[in-house]
Design a protein around this ligand. Structure first.
Ligand code: PLP
Length: 416
């Protein structure tokens, strides 16, 4: 990576680890920024990768942050992102989170229900505020196509149904400590067809304009969600970003013509970080069972549940390769598994790899999003792996691996 052999990094930092190419991260952000409408503000969804250094690279390039917990909020601030460039969203905000939302001076708090609106109003009153900016999250009533995980058109714990929101006109008028600035909708994740994203953007902006007129609330900020996908599996193709940008431009121009001075926010997690990351694990054992060759590594489900695909019906492989030997002739299928005592702990099934020996490194690519943050890191008490970022030719440890002592120190032994 950037001229540094990954084998050297593995020696220096140990395995398994997540390896981030900070320059690829920067390149991805710049590409999105260059192509998307200049009227769109980009917000990085920390959920996809809450590493503070990842967040700092994006923040330094001008990205805002979309956070959903106190720790994510602190991470974004630590990464140098200004409070006014942060939005806080998520169902089930605790009282401490509500108070932090009010006191931090955020761009906006995304409100998920009428009751939460009242809790926010109360917290704002107690803090003597009269203008806490709020976006109302809509659970859209139209179904979206093409998402790996669709949001609209179904009962959801997120946001407010359009019919419910329509009944809030009076309640919204009564707010004295909050200032409703617009609406938010998130249609789902892993969209790979630009047509679907353009369609959703059009529908969300149309609905936001309609609701703001109907409810007599401003439409100064509309958060159109995001959910841009990356291709992981054989039968998938990457999003056509230029086509997406061209289609969205027309829709956004149309909206800004009727709502001059409005801001459109786009939240991106996976798209910004997936490509820059590789999950690196070391082969501990090579063996055969009933005609299948297994390469057993020191990393698996506990760090990279997305690649393992637990919960999905068929096992599909993320792109994988040997980081020790060049791909070439004589590749053979290996099933690459982790150290856990479950048959589901399979990183890749029948992956074509050059001859694999114990000690070799295996890389799972496109792994910079929803890795550690979406994996059961305590499973079998291995703890979370190290994270390393290579930036401008230098390798930095950006997360220290959990040690046995770290794990045990959180427990308490009762006297028997
Ligand atoms: C998860 C989430 C995101 C990020 O989604 P990606 O598909 O990773 O871009 C953005 N907004 C909301 C509301 C989310 O829940």
């Amino acid at each position: 990576m950037q001229g540094i052999p990954v084998t050297d990094l593995a020696e220096e930092f140990g395995t398994p680890f997540f390896l981030y190419d900070g320059d690829v991260l920067e390149g991805t952000y710049r590409e999105v920024r260059r192509l998307l409408h200049p009227g769109v503000d980009l917000f990085f969804s920390l959920k996809a990768n809450p590493n503070v250094s990842v967040c700092a690279v994006l923040g330094a390039l001008g990205s805002g942050a979309e956070v959903s917990s106190l720790a994510e909020l602190r991470t974004a601030l630590w990464a140098g992102i200004a409070p006014q460039d942060i939005i806080f969203l998520g169902p089930g905000k605790t009282q401490r989170e509500i108070e932090a939302c009010v006191s931090t001076g955020l761009r906006a708090v995304v409100c998920e229900s009428p009751a939460e609106l009242q809790r926010l109003e109360r917290a704002a009153r107690e803090q003597g505020r009269t203008d806490v900016p709020v976006l109302l999250r809509i659970n859209p009533d139209f179904v979206t196509k093409g998402s790996g995980l669709a949001m609209g058109g179904k009962p959801r714990q997120f946001g407010m149904d359009v019919t419910l929101l329509r009944k809030q006109r009076h309640q919204l008028r009564e707010l004295r400590h909050l200032r409703v600035r617009g609406l938010h909708a998130y249609m789902g994740t892993r969209f790979l067809r630009h047509q679907d994203i353009v369609h959703n953007t059009r529908e969300v902006l149309r609905l936001a304009a309609e609701l703001s007129a109907e409810l007599d609330i401003p439409c100064e900020i509309v958060d159109i969600g995001g959910g841009f996908g990356v291709a992981y599996f054989d039968n998938e193709a990457d999003l056509d970003l230029p086509a997406l940008a061209a289609g969205a431009d027309e829709v956004i121009d149309g909206f800004l013509r009727t709502h001059p001075g409005s801001q459109v926010i786009c939240e991106l997690g996976r798209y910004l970080t997936a490509m820059c990351g590789t999950y690196v694990s070391r082969v501990l054992d090579v063996k055969e069972s009933m005609g299948t060759r297994f390469a057993v590594t020191d990393g698996g489900t506990n760090h990279h549940m997305a690649a393992v695909g637990v919960g999905s019906f068929v096992k599909r492989n993320f792109p994988m390769r040997s980081l020790t030997r060049p791909a070439g002739t004589g590749q053979q299928p290996y099933t690459v598994t982790g150290p856990l005592c479950t048959p589901n702990d399979v990183l890749g099934k029948n992956v074509l790899l050059p001859q694999v020996e114990p000690g070799d490194l295996i890389g799972v690519e496109r792994s910079g999003a929803y890795g550690p943050s979406a994996s059961p890191g305590l499973f079998l008490s291995h703890g979370f792996p190290a994270e390393v970022m290579v930036r401008a030719g230098c390798a930095h440890l950006v997360r220290v691996r959990d040690t046995v002592d770290d794990l045990l120190s959180r427990q308490r032994l009762i006297d028997e």
